[in-house]
Design a protein around this ligand. Structure first.
Ligand SMILES: [Zn+2]
Length: 117
């Protein structure tokens, strides 16, 4: 990729050089954003209730049995949705429906779920 090429942060829309590792505005890890193996799901910015957010999460995890993205990035935004999503993810990890999950770089508004190695 051309290092001086401009790209947009998929999380906040900030314009960046494609060589950037993280977004200076929202701290998302850029290399993860432009990886085709990652599917991004926003459960927090369409006025979702906590229940709707969790439903969306489960739908995408179920779809992923066919889609086979290696990672799912969940934009969790607000604190309440974030806490509930993390609680569900802990259960899913224990049940081995997902491999692992973590914060997306230093961006506390997004979580990265590892589906496969
Ligand atoms: Zn950003």
């Amino acid at each position: 990729m051309d290092k001086r090429k401009k790209i947009l942060c998929q999380f906040c829309g900030m314009s960046l050089f494609s060589s950037s590792k993280t977004c200076p505005k929202c701290d998302s890890a850029i290399e993860n954003q432009y990886n085709y193996t990652t599917f991004t799901l926003d459960v927090a910015h369409n006025k979702e209730t906590v229940k709707q957010a969790i439903d969306k999460l489960y739908q995408v995890i179920e779809q992923n049995q066919i889609m086979r993205h290696r990672q799912i990035r969940v934009i969790v935004g607000s604190k309440m949705i974030r806490e509930e999503v993390m609680r569900e993810l802990m259960v899913l990890k224990r049940e081995e429906a997902i491999l692992d999950f973590r914060m997306d770089g230093k961006n506390s508004g997004a979580l990265l779920i590892k589906m496969e190695n």
